[in-house]
Design a protein around this ligand. Sequence first.
Ligand code: C5P
Length: 230
Amino acid sequence: MTSPVSAAERRRPLVVAIDGPAASGKSSTAKWVARVLGFRHVDSGALYRAATAATLRAAPGDTGWTEDAVLAAAAAVTLVPGETSFHAHLDGVDAEEELRGGAVTSRVSLVARMPRVRDWVNAMVRRAAEGSPVVVDGRDMGTAVFPHARVKVFLVADSWERAKRRLVQRLERVPTDAEIADEVDALVQRDAKDEAQTRQAADAVLIDTTYLTQEEQVERIVAIARAAMR
Ligand code: C5P
């Protein structure tokens, strides 16, 4: 959490920034925290995914993507406010399944390394936070995007646990140890690809969720946010 809050800062819409590596539970926790606080949730990763999906749609067979090509394709992406979350739409339509698919996941880190794509995502997220309080999640929300966020949390978890949670969500059953081990490999590779973009703010509260339920994570973050609002 950041230091003393000035009167000007108090008047600014509140930002709760939740960062952390892949499958650390950021998005589902952020969504829940937003619901409890009555804020809107913004998933910055969904915008990187949407830009990637838009480029795949525009140039399906192409592999040598340039920054200009990605930015041109990203014109098809809009961030639409829903009741409790903003949703990244492609050509005006919710494309959640496409955004979470393997084709996007395997290319998104490459797109996320493009500086002008990062500027584009950051501007969209900041605009979403202009009007009302938000819970934002990503890799650099508490550093590059909202360095003055009143609440900053960095979530981490053991890679075995992260892999297991991800598989339970995807398979809707208890995964085998062999399946978890394969998923750990995939996660470790994505962590390595995202390392440069993932930044823990010096003033973020570090929460290791390995032994916490999601409800406990949410309670902690809500408590931190309520303390910051007082
Ligand atoms: O959070 P999620 O895993 O859906 O994010 C997808 C990808 O977007 C990440 O693997 C990372 O490459 C990129 N990302 C980023 N900075 C953010 C959020 C996501 O570089 N703030």
